[in-house]
Design a protein around this ligand. Structure first.
Ligand code: TRP
Length: 324
């Protein structure tokens, strides 16, 4: 195995400060970009979330990939290079790469903004023969352009976008994002897309608000990160994690709610923010798809949905999109 690291372009503290300023200094609903949830503490907490009995999403994703890895491989052209948007720990990817490695040597390009996640992905996949890993510490679209530039003539590209991160885009932004991905691809390239499906609220809410509080810690860590990196004085005990289902958008919304009226200073973002009692900061939404919505999404963004695999225990779909 070969492990190479492409130059590190971290989103700088200045960018973080600017995004925090923009999100908290706006009229109406305050918000923070969800990508900042994943510093090294956040990524570690998310790993723990994926082990929670209440959060069936990651295991469903893994089960489908394990069960259908060779079916998926059979539908893919050769020669093939593989890139993954948000590699996470790399555990889910292992079975796909192993199925592909049975027929050819594979170059694998995980794209991650978290250096911690990238390192653990590289460790996890290190044992597979016939694979070379090139970790790319970039934003998804930039990273993917880099991968596309490196492709040899005649090679097909398979993009993995697992774990239903697509559901974390705002309404309409999921399609626009897939279209940007499609623009970098060639006809016949493929995208394996994980998407969480609509399910009863009795199952959904505990998945995003677990009783031992790991999800709450994951969400609150964003305020702790602002304290650590921007010298802010958020009192974490005066905020609480809230997960609620928005029936209009079919998404679980995550917020941080101020338990009292208070003022927070964020020196490195040159900002003083007032919170009223009960006011929230919106940190993430997780859209839940219907099966037909996914095929429509494919068509609207320049793909066709070639195959769909679902899990019976936890309503989740793995979708193979082919660029047209
Ligand atoms: N991509 C994950 C999801 O939508 C992210 C996630 C899980 C999350 N639990 C969370 C984000 C809690 C914020 C808060 O399922």
């Amino acid at each position: 195995m070969l492990v190479e690291h492409l130059e590190t372009i971290n989103s700088s503290v200045a960018q973080f400060a600017a995004d925090v300023h923009a999100g908290l200094d706006r009229p109406g609903q305050k918000e923070l970009p969800s990508k900042y949830l994943y510093d090294s503490i956040g990524s570690t907490l998310f790993e723990a979330i994926s082990l929670l009995p209440e959060y069936g999403l990651t295991r469903a994703d893994e089960r489908i990939l394990r069960r259908h890895a060779s079916d998926i491989a059979e539908l893919l052209p050769s020669p093939l290079i593989v890139s993954e948007l948000g590699s996470g720990s790399g555990k889910k990817t292992r079975c796909i790469l192993e199925a592909l490695c049975k027929r050819e040597a594979i170059s694998y390009y995980p794209i991650e903004i978290s250096a911690t996640a990238l390192a653990s992905c590289e460790r996890e996949l290190a044992g597979i023969d016939c694979i070379s890993i090139v970790g790319i510490e970039r934003e998804y679209v930039d990273g993917l352009r880099e991968v596309a530039n490196r492709r040899a003539p005649g090679a097909h590209l398979l993009i993995l976008f697992l774990g239903s991160t697509i559901g974390n885009f705002d309404a309409g932004a999921d399609q626009r994002f897939l279209q940007r991905i499609r623009d970098i691809l060639l006809p016949g390239d493929s995208l394996l897309l994980g998407a969480d499906l609509l399910k009863p609220l009795s199952q959904l809410i505990p998945a995003y608000d677990d009783p031992i509080g790991i999800t709450a810690a994951f969400n609150l860590n964003l305020l702790a990160r602002i304290n650590r990196e921007l010298d802010a004085d958020f009192n974490l005990r005066q905020f609480e994690h809230v997960a609620r289902f928005n029936e209009d958008t079919n998404s679980v919304e995550m917020h941080l709610r101020s338990k009292e009226s208070q003022t927070v200073t964020i020196p490195r973002a040159e900002l003083m923010v007032r919170f009223s009692h009960g006011e929230t900061i919106w940190t993430e939404s997780s859209h839940k798809y219907s099966e037909s919505e996914i095929s429509i999404l494919a068509g609207a963004s320049g793909f066709r949905c070639e195959a769909q695999w679902t899990d019976v225990e936890w309503c989740f779909a793995e979708n193979l999109f082919i660029a047209v």
